[in-house]
Ligand binder design. Structure first.
Ligand code: BES
Ligand code: MN
Ligand code: ZN
Length: 501
């Protein structure tokens, strides 16, 4: 799909469709008024007859509007003008795209960026529109034997901005959004793949393909035997129960000055989580293929980053393993030595994410990172605490937490911080090892992060628990691509700050 920006008059667009807003109750937007005047009150007449009220997401597709050069005019309801906010703006863009896709227009000129969405500027409105459009058109049919392609698919969307001076920033917004959209798509594709296809070796191959396709990325794979030799006892304890060997995947992107301390992203890549010997109940266990959602977001972010060519150094690390029960699997009560040298009593083999991540966190110390962010579908408790709307965030550094919070607010891929007070460490105490991997039911998301924090003392670190946000269950089951938009916004902001330094 192609995107562009222009600045022109709605009545003069030679296009298959022009999209303009109607507010509640039956009130035309500026672009709609323009069309109304040129067409001799055609739209006002329709509103008077009550065909569209202007409620959020309502649509009315008109053909042959008098004196208008476009074949069609799509009226789209945006609710009360003063109530228009980030989420209704996205909703309306999504509705517009699905309507265009389902009707005959293969290209359209959209005047929705003229609307005021709080204090959002043209850059934000265009970026969000392009990301939302790409997300709306996503479908995963790789494994269907018959694809149901749209008969007349939407090929090109042009966004109209009010002033010509907004054109430059809008073009940059499209560029950013297209790279993010590509990253989101890769993340969704990887996460949606079934666990018999997407195993640790598959992910390692994917990382090598990414390095081949992007000159700026270098990939290294560390296999299970090497990890064992290195002393990554916690990682190996998880991987050893499976016939699929575990892999630590390292993707290095050097867009910044050489020698600048990198930002490291660490993804939980459990390609299937049965729980191991502490086996999970079978209901909805298929969804545990999404337990590599954090890893998938690292892949997506690395490709988006390379496509955009941001002038920073970023290293993506994926801890890929399959958590299976077998004769070789770790037992509850086993004690292992982590790569850091600290010992862990594994009381529950289903708390495996923190075990693979803790060794990955120790591993990345060698890069002397400026910042480390891990991304993991780590705890069911995070869904209880925050639901599916926002991701959990925990951090040992307030400025980093604030940067991530801000990136969440502007990208719409939001996070909410939970506390990491010392007292929570008490729940991890073990009579036999340095600590255990289990904190009990209270504050499950926090005690999981407290465990990780014991391996993140040497750098500024944030942990994102995406258990509630990486995928959707139910009828529209599928990966969301989160938190790629958040991570990319964070990186774009970091690259901007660097330039100003
Ligand atoms: N991958 C799960 C967390 C999860 C569960 C994410 C359901 C999304 C939906 C993780 O490995 C896990 O099993 N966590 C346990 C931890 C517990 C044993 C301390 C959990 O959340 O129950
Ligand atoms: Mn688990
Ligand atoms: Zn898991």
């Amino acid at each position: 799909m192609e995107f562009d920006v222009k600045s022109g008059s709605p009545a003069k667009q030679r296009s298959a469709c022009v999209v303009v807003a109607v507010f509640e109750p039956r009130k035309l937007s500026a672009a709609a008024i323009d069309i109304d005047e040129v067409s001799g009150g055609y739209l006002a007449g329709i509103l008077r007859r009550g065909d569209i009220e202007g409620k959020v997401g309502q649509t009315l597709l008109l053909h042959s509007v008098p004196n208008i050069l476009a074949d069609r005019v799509l009226l789209i309801g945006c609710g009360k003008e003063r109530d228009l906010n980030d989420s209704t703006y996205r909703k309306v863009i999504g509705k517009m795209v699905s309507t265009l896709q389902d009707t005959g227009s293969m290209e359209a000129v959209c005047f929705l960026p003229e609307l005021s969405v709080g204090k959002r500027d043209a850059h934000w409105k265009i970026k969000q529109a392009v990301e939302t459009a790409s997300e709306t058109l996503y479908n995963f049919d790789q494994l269907k034997s018959k694809k149901d392609a749209a008969r007349r698919p939407l090929r090109k969307l042009v966004f109209n901005v009010t002033t010509r001076k907004e054109l430059t920033e809008s073009a940059r917004a499209i560029e950013e959004a297209l790279s993010i959209a590509e990253g989101v798509k890769l993340t969704r594709d990887l996460a949606n793949l079934p666990p018999n296809i997407c195993h640790p070796t598959y992910l390692a191959q994917k990382a090598q393909e990414i390095a081949k396709a992007n000159k700026s990325i270098k990939t290294t794979i560390i296999d299970q035997a090497e990890l064992k030799k290195m002393g990554a006892g916690a990682f190996v304890a998880v991987a050893q129960g499976s016939d699929q060997p575990g892999k630590l995947i390292v993707m290095e992107y050097n867009g910044g000055k050489s020698g600048t301390a990198p930002i490291v992203l660490v993804g939980k890549g459990i390609t299937f989580d049965t729980g191991g010997i502490s086996i999970k109940p079978s209901e909805a266990m298929d969804e545990m293929k999404y337990d590599m959602g954090g890893a998938a977001s690292v892949f997506g972010t690395m490709t988006a980053l390379a496509k955009l060519g941001l002038p920073i150094n970023v290293i993506g690390v994926v801890a890929a393993a399959e958590n299976m029960p077998s004769g070789k699997a770790t037992r509850p009560g086993d004690i292992v030595t982590t790569l850091s040298g600290q010992t862990v009593e594994i009381l529950n083999t289903d708390a495996e994410g923190r075990l693979v991540l803790c060794d990955a966190l120790t591993y990345v110390e060698r890069f002397d990172p400026d910042t480390v962010i891990d991304i993991a579908t780590l705890t069911g408790a995070c869904i209880i605490a925050l639901g599916h709307q926002v991701s959990g965030m925990l951090s040992n550094h307030n400025p980093l937490a604030n940067e991530l919070f801000d990136a969440g607010e502007s990208s719409g891929d939001r996070v909410w911080r939970l506390p990491l007070y010392d007292e929570y460490h008490e729940q991890l105490e073990s009579p036999f090892a340095d600590f255990s991997n289990l904190g009990g039911r209270p504050a499950g998301t926090i005690t999981a992060a407290a465990f990780l924090s014991k391996f993140a003392k040497k750098f500024h670190w944030a942990h994102l628990d995406v258990a509630g946000t990486a995928w959707k269950s139910g009828k529209a089951k599928g990966a969301t691509g989160r938190p790629v938009p958040l991570l990319m916004q964070f990186l774009i902001d970091r690259a901007g700050k660097q330039k100003r330094k």
